[in-house]
Design a binder for this molecule. Sequence first.
Ligand code: HEC
Ligand code: HEC
Length: 376
Amino acid sequence: MKLNTLLVTTFCGFIFVGCGGGSSSSENFGINQIALGEKLYHDTSLSKDKTMSCATCHVIDSAFVDPRPTNLSLGASLGDDLVSIGDRNAPTAAYAKFIPKFHFDSREGLFIGGQFLDGRATDLTEQAKGPFLNPVEMNMPDEASVIARVQENSEYVQAFKEIYGDDIFADTQKAYAALADTIAKFEKSDTFAPFSSKYDKALKGEEILTEQEVRGLALFNGKAECHACHPADGSKANFTDFSYDNLGVPVNHALRSANGKGADFIDNGLYENTQVNDKGLKGAFRVSTLRNIAVTGPYMHNGLFKDLATVVHFYNTRDVVGAINPETGAAWEKGEVEINKNSAELGNLKLTDEEEADLVAFLITLTDEEYEHLIP
Ligand code: HEC
Ligand code: HEC
């Protein structure tokens, strides 16, 4: 299709009823690509056993994480076969549209951005191609099988043809890219980025933070050093600089024995990304957004910590002799990848118990209004 036609079709796809395709269907997704993406995002028939969709692990009503018991107890999601368990905790899909494309910032000397915790998918469209074919997720054998499932639904077929051209199903790869593109369009909609938290309202002068929350914010931007990687810049801060760091997070043993990875397996994070060859980046993961953090546990790339307070205590006391992990009652274990761990900005922050509590109180203000009822 010529570029011109494509532009017109896409434009019609967004705005005009019946434009371009001239369809008479009552549920004409061609008129609304976001609605089509939303339907695909929730469609379990696109997984092998038809048990799961994107929405199973990124539930809109749960701030786009996985509220199922396996995730809450072990730290990772159950796959479509209801047996396989992954090795990483599903991050929120909210605010993911602000993650820049994966790139190396030569001025800073840092890898930045990319989807997945190791940045291996450059953007949302590339990301959306992954889960369908991942054996511990939607478990489909290949792209052609996914597209065959899409084609079982005549409404999808009609909408895809209207948006991407009549011959879209002639080329499996193009059809697969169209599927990913449509889901990414939905992920770029406002549903995924409400900016409706108490913090956002306080910035606009619509609400007032409590004294404890104000103290927490000051610690966040000062003594606790959180801002160094989770900057609170501007009215639409993402609370991440999208860089990568190794915090020395310990192994999640319970998860590793449940998912069969075994004791010797190591998740090297950014170093698992094929575009990265620097061994000095083993164990680094992308800095997480802290929006909705109070309701998106368990925490860290491997879902090791159940409580937000534990995460703060970890930053504060990881390197303090005699410090205790409140969730195990034992000393903090060493990091999964000790060799490159950051000891400059965390590990012994010298925060008091009250200051830790202040930080948690501040972090809770980053919860969007629609998720405030989920605050533990
Ligand atoms: C079985 C659970 C599961 C399913 C199903 C699933 N995801 Fe995920 N998702 C995850 C996990 C786990 C990660 C992190 C994986 C990694 O870093 O390697 C992730 C990462 C992501 C990210 C990147 C966020 C970030 O901060 O980097 C986005 C966006 C996303 N998923 C969207 C989707 C979409 C769209 C679908 C459907 C096509 C989907 N997911 C299906 C578990 C799931
Ligand atoms: C040196 C950079 C750095 C500093 C400083 C830092 N963080 Fe982080 N933060 C990260 C990285 C990287 C991750 C992801 C680590 C992982 O998953 O293994 C993360 C993850 C988190 C998570 C878990 C996110 C999730 O979705 O699981 C929370 C909560 C958090 N940080 C809060 C804080 C707080 C509070 C402070 C200040 C006390 C702080 N961070 C300081 C880099 C940093």
